[in-house]
Design a protein around this ligand. Sequence first.
Ligand code: URA
Length: 263
Amino acid sequence: MTPWSDWERNFETARAALAWQVEMGVDEAICDAPQNRYALPAKPAKPAAALAATAPVVEVTDPVVDARALAAAAQTLSELREVLAAYPHCDLRLGARNLVFCDGQEGARVMIVGEAPGREEDLQGKPFVGEAGQLLDRMFAAIAMGRAHPDPARALYITNILPWRPPQNRDPSADERAMMRPFVLRHIELANPDIVVLMGRISASTLLETSEGITRIRGQWREISGRPALPMLHPAYLLRTPAAKREAWADLLDLQAKLRTLP
Ligand code: URA
């Protein structure tokens, strides 16, 4: 074996030194010549007051506080849609094709609040237009109600907790639900229905602020914004669990009966 030349030895030493730096996390060479930072004179520390004076002013706003203020300022449903479209804190809007605000008739006696748009809803900009939405339409048609019904007593007004589709239809996060809650509560106030249907687990747990499961609380009348609210099983759940349609039917009949008792 021939001994290494000086050049080869220097090359291997330099390569080993470089490998060591990469191992230590060095990822950028800033100066042409190396500096021995241990030999540099220590910089005098800046007094805290001087630091504070030069720091950029970053306004920290709480998404939920902002949502409450913006929602309260909206005086009509179209103003609410506008403030929601301009709301900057929910990143879901960046990945969504459309804001899904509502469908059905303003002035309807029954307002349905679902979970979040899926693929079809995102494409069309309307809530409950996919497979689950078609089942929802059939369910309400069975008690002679529908989103296109011209009579407000038989019409539906429909929205969701989230107006933007979550990626891969994942569950809305706790933060997303908390920041959308003020908008949905204001939506209910402005739409002013006689009854709110909380369609599914996410809707019921967000608006009622409860951790009780939907199969436990479905069919139990609660209150939202001073009006009766009925948690029901989500049609997507009914598609997966057809045996539960019996409970959904009982809840629809209860809803129908409640409408008769209200002025
Ligand atoms: N599921 C919902 O909860 N809402 C929709 O708009 C569609 C499916």
